[in-house]
Design a protein around this ligand. Sequence first.
Ligand code: SF4
Length: 302
Amino acid sequence: MKLEGVHFLLTYKCDLECDHCFVWGSPKASATFTFKHVKNILEEARKLKTVNYVSVEGGEPFLYYPIMVKTVKEAVKLGFHVEILSNCYWATCLEDAIEWLKPIAKLENVELSLSSDLYHGENWVTKEAKNAVKAAKTLNIKAGVIAVKYPDAKTICPSEIEGVKIDLWELMYRGRACSKLAEKAEKKPWNEFTECPYEDFIRQERVHVDPLGYVHVCQGISIGNSWKKPFSKIIQEYDPYQNPVLEPLIHGGPAALVKKFNLPHDEVYADACHLCYAARCMLRNKYPEILVPNQMYGEIEQ
Ligand code: SF4
């Protein structure tokens, strides 16, 4: 695998519990990286010589502010470009948002990716995201905004906040979205989902590492635990064709996963991820080392 990016799920804890969250972020979740573990993964990532960026996300990484800032500083020191994702809960007013962002503003190669949509507030543009964008502009920090499509939205997502472009992402029906949003979605026959739309397991360029040590190629599909085996070794030994869950996904998407294991299924699903997630839930007992952790399947790690 020629790995380019490592995404730290710094914590599964979040101040919110959004319906579309595919890692089941929640105030009830508690699993969080220690800095010692962060450092280990960063050093292991550097050994690979192919990784050029690190993403710090969650849950909500600003909930563990000192560790988040230390993670960002360490990653920058090691030469990685860093992206921080946040829901902006901390940006209660412009002046305070500036204070929150000052320690980051001093660093080079750091950018913010801020969430603002109908999951995070009553309007597409939340007051907090607006404050965070303004603060980032004041401090010359590069920032982008991500919004996720909302079923039955009565208003159209604007294209920008304070001159910063909003990227409108497809809603993916995995994680909590399966139980909260899939029922209302338009659906298609299950056997039409013959490819994975978002991950390329053969040319895997990024992984997510969570606070329990799991290395995910898609959230909830683990290729190893970096507290048990060095992260660099997990990446070097990665062979998707030998992985009983990835192999069918590569050859025929979630429909092939269902066929391979002869799984019971509905006739229609909201999208490929919905079918994939439903199939994986049924396979968890068979592959307890791969389809982990419980948190990614709605059993919140407290
Ligand atoms: S189809 Fe499955 S493996 Fe692919 S992105 Fe969706 S949930 Fe992940």
